[in-house]
Design a protein around this ligand. Structure first.
Ligand SMILES: *Cc1c(COP(=O)(O)O)cnc(C)c1O
Length: 411
């Protein structure tokens, strides 16, 4: 059967090896090492000549099953599941760039990603160059001989800026560099990174995929479209591994050596999460739109920002790129920081917490929390205002959420 849809594919994806007991769910293989029938077999496995699980930091049946599900729904070349979203990003950058290289990106980044680029990787000689990714000519202008990739988030958080992926893909392709997308807030069910020309997709499966904040995890997806002979660091391996060069580099070196592997238990939880991903995405996106519309009509509220609102300058683009479901994050402004805090403290249902894509709706004041380590100038550059509140909308009944917000807005 061809052309099955997302959930059907996830639910009915066959195991790579038949389960001896006919388990419907891939069981949790929470063992460390695997046994071989002969010394010859273990030699072949270590040489990579006969695929087999040897040690769970390198590969494991439960994690492999989770990776296969993602591979099938993304129609990608291969997937590596890792311990967190941050592990996904750091593994990718360390696999494709050497000291002295750079990547082109924006300051509108997940806070820890910015810190990874600005502190951790910088100290090893890797540079991030920041620009406005919604302006193709700015991006072009920053690319030099040492640029290995353009890195972007599909919808930036909390600015909710949306870059035109096809424009970035065209630039990356013409310059022979990689296009890497962090698609955490728009997972594969609503964003087809391969069709839009993204080479490598990374995401924090902690968020939508985990099934509502059950576990921390990350995913690396190779869409299979990049010619690895164009990358200086990986060029030497292309003769041996062809299109699988990057995936081999991870599995046989970077991912293996960094050791940020997913736990089999988390792979199990996230496999279950994947089965209900579309249901949760549909409800939370519809809730986000309903709340955004309600906030727009509330006189105390200014600057409601959600790419699904017709008034958003990214409305048309996000309808096109995200199947009309541009995530469930939204921001809005109140008169002052004080008003923001008062409002947050009055909420009865919505929880004060960081994180997003929990099943519960979560609220946070970004300037005083996620961005508290940055000075005023940098916060301004990052579009983080004192008066701004971020809502990560969940799957509750939208009427209950709107009534909670409505009551808290009343003086
Ligand atoms: C949460 C998040 C990350 C980091 O993911 P962890 O699983 O917490 O390591 C990276 N990028 C984005 C856009 C995120 O929201």
């Amino acid at each position: 059967m061809k052309n099955l849809k997302f959930v059907t594919k996830i639910l009915h994806n066959k195991f790579l090896k038949e389960d001896p007991h006919g388990a419907l769910h891939m069981p949790i293989y929470d063992n460390v090492a695997f046994e071989f029938k002969s010394a010859e077999d273990i030699e072949l496995a270590f040489q990579g000549k006969k695929p087999a699980h040897m040690y769970s930091r390198i590969s494991n049946p439960t994690i492999e099953n989770f990776e296969q599900k993602i591979r099938i729904v993304t129609d990608s070349l291969g997937v590596v599941a890792v311990s967190s979203g941050m592990a996904a990003i750091s593994n990718v950058i360390l696999a494709i760039a050497n000291s002295g290289d750079n990547i082109v990106t924006t300051k509108y980044l997940f806070g820890n990603t910015y810190s990874l680029f600005e502190k951790t990787l910088k100290s090893w000689g890797l540079k991030a160059k920041y620009t406005d990714l919604t302006k193709g000519s700015f991006v072009e202008g920053l690319i030099d001989k040492k640029t290995k990739a353009i890195f972007f988030e599909t919808i930036t958080n909390p600015q909710l800026e949306v870059a035109d992926v096809e424009v970035l893909a065209k630039i990356a392709k013409s310059r022979g560099i990689l296009l890497i997308a962090d698609t955490t807030v728009t997972p594969p069910y609503i964003f087809n990174s391969k069709a839009l020309g993204v080479d490598i997709e990374v995401l924090s499966s902690t968020k939508y995929i985990s099934g509502g904040a059950t576990s921390v995890g990350g995913i690396i997806i190779d869409n299979g479209g990049y010619d690895w002979s164009k990358n200086e660091k990986l060029r030497g391996d292309v003769k041996q591994y062809g299109p699988f060069t990057f995936l081999k580099k991870l599995r046989r070196e970077v991912y293996r050596n960094l050791g940020a592997c997913l736990s089999p238990y988390n792979a199990f939880l996230q496999s279950i999460g994947l089965e209900t991903l579309p249901l949760r995405v549909d409800v939370s996106c519809a809730n986000a739109l309903a709340i955004a519309k309600f906030l727009q009509k509330s006189p105390q509220v200014k600057d409601v920002n959600y790419p699904g609102l017709k008034s958003s300058k990214y409305f048309a683009l996000s309808q096109k790129q995200f199947e009309g479901k541009p995530g469930s994050l939204l921001t809005f402004d109140l008169a002052s920081k004080d008003e923001c805090f008062k409002f947050m403290n009055k909420l009865q249902i919505i929880r004060r917490s960081t994180n997003l894509n929990d099943n519960r709706t979560l609220i946070i004041h970004p300037a005083s929390t996620i961005f508290c380590e940055y000075d005023e100038k940098l916060k301004q550059d990052m579009g983080v205002r004192e008066t701004m509140i971020r809502l990560a909308v969940g799957i509750e009944d939208s009427e209950d959420l709107i009534s909670d917000i409505g009551s808290a807005l009343k003086r």
